[in-house]
Design a protein around this ligand. Structure first.
Ligand code: IDP
Ligand code: MG
Length: 164
């Protein structure tokens, strides 16, 4: 159903450490998505587990542990974005999980190239720059996990007249 939604984006430690924060935030602003929450945070074991609560049962302990280590390597920037079908639109902008499969023009395709085979052979996490909620249900859970009521904002965005 067509709707205005809110979705969670994390600029992962590789994106922040590589100095890509501004360029990545710009991409979301450029398409008219509205920033309704933003902050920097160092993830710990507890927040990692709560954020990726089903990752271990989906892919096993090896993938979970590699991802948990990667996500705690440095600070992340969390964004809450609002827009028309924002969940699906942001997923479209970031591209598929493995950068080697992500088309140029997507964030993962433009800023990385690692393959699933390489990650598996080396036991590395996939450093794929960004997280974005995968479904409306996931977006609701993650928005509440990352942003308190006083950290989520309502304000008139000037682009809305045209893009919402
Ligand atoms: P998504 O980030 O595209 O939604 P998910 O399947 O939800 O992908 O996996 C969450 C994260 O876990 C990925 O972004 C990636 O960092 C890591 N991950 C998933 N599968 C693998 C894998 O096979 N090897 C290494 N890391 C993985
Ligand atoms: Mg996911």
């Amino acid at each position: 159903m067509a709707a205005i939604e809110r979705t969670l984006v994390l600029l992962k430690p590789d994106a922040v450490a590589r100095g890509l924060t501004g360029r990545l935030v710009q991409r979301f602003e450029d398409v008219g998505l509205k920033i309704v929450g933003i902050k920097m945070k160092q993830m710990d074991a507890d927040l990692t587990r709560r954020h990726y609560f089903d990752l271990e049962e989906r892919f096993g302990k090896g993938v979970y542990d590699a991802t948990a280590t990667y996500m705690q390597q440095g600070p992340v920037v969390a964004l809450l974005l609002e827009g028309v079908e924002a969940v699906a639109n942001v997923r479209r902008m970031i591209g598929p999980t493995f950068p080697g499969q992500a088309a140029p023009g997507t964030i993962r395709g433009d800023f990385a190239h690692m393959s699933k085979a390489y990650a598996e052979a080396t036991g590395k996490a996939i450093a794929n720059l960004v997280h974005a909620s995968g479904s409306v249900d996931e977006a609701k859970y993650e928005s509440e996990l990352w942003f308190g009521a006083d950290e989520q904002f309502d304000y008139p965005g000037l682009a809305e007249r045209y893009v919402f």
